[in-house]
Design a protein around this ligand. Sequence first.
Ligand code: SF4
Length: 413
Amino acid sequence: MFDMGTDNLPTQTTSSRLHPPETDIGAISLYVHIPFCETKCPYCDFNTYTAIESLIPSYISALKTELSLWGSRLGRPRVTTVFFGGGTPSYLPAAEVESLLKHIRTCCNLDIVQEITLECNPGDVTLDKLSSYLDSGVNRLSIGVQSFSDSLLRLLGRRHTSSDAIRSYKLAIESGFENVSIDLMYGLPNQTIQDWNTTLEIARGMEPAHVSMYCLTLEDGTPMKKQVQIGTLPPPDADLAADMYMMCDETFSHPDYRHYEISNWAKPGNESVHNLTYWRNESFLGIGPGSHSYINGQRFWNIKPPREYITRLKTSHKEPTQSPVPNIPVVDEVEAIDRKMEIAETMMMGLRLDTGICIDQFSARFSDTPAKHFGSIISELESTGLVEQSSDFIKLTAKGRLLGNEVFSRFFL
Ligand code: SF4
């Protein structure tokens, strides 16, 4: 069965009321959530909303308040990457992105920042917006193309066409962006191998610096899942999806592109620095409703409703809140990640990378080799052809990449 590891594995909550560290956290990545979308795609279960544009000004103020609170709590932390995700960050007026970045610079130290990414919907992109992003310091765009088939874009409920996607990519390059990523989706109802091949060929011809390719997951409660359940759309075909996944590698092959993570390909030097933070299981702070953070062995996440998020940040100085983190009124829960869980998660996330787990780095971080913790599991995975190992690394094989979740689950038994 095709199972390349895009699902979240269950984790164990060990506490719900802890205090994240206040200072000396080292450099972190910063995620900023923009929960606005013009329309809701039928497959999407992200924390995003339509028809709440009137909240944008108060939402931006609330984000700035949360940033200020974390900035002072963490001692103006050093930030290596900023990622505006959503939702649809490009749906915001460009001036709001500029003012947010200005504010981030006051709350965080961006002296060593390497990458500032903004997610764009192809329908939103104009030369003026792109120039403004560049002037504000954004140096990487991630464009949600999804497909170059207009009929599949309609099925996905996207508000752009294939030509909008090509036009937005060209505008991004013309305006001066050197690092532009495109997102594509496969394993869609009614999608044929020929559809996918056409999309891959068009994408390849554009020569993007970075490509992310995601297999559709039918999330509970989404309109698309309901359509499949009642039979108005065909269910996903795992074998066909596996064939489509292998076509990604054939199209975006060495030496031009590096298949550096299960779902990501990049021209060398254009790997997503922000996402590498997640895959290396390093520290990041998420701002905005529903955002997750992981700092010094503690994971915490914010309340999800944007209105409540705004209200709590407006009134926090007047009323006590139930937040488990003093003075940060929007944190919903905090979970302690004990050493055993951190080690298992580091294995799971690191194996997603083509470089796999570097034995020296793992040993420096945990004072023990992976074999000490998972010797018999690694040997068994090696004997079934899912991982390979040397004295320097442990990594997934090509077969292991197709069966990622099966491999990862072994580290959580
Ligand atoms: S644009 Fe993206 S975030 Fe918004 S509804 Fe569609 S998939 Fe979800």
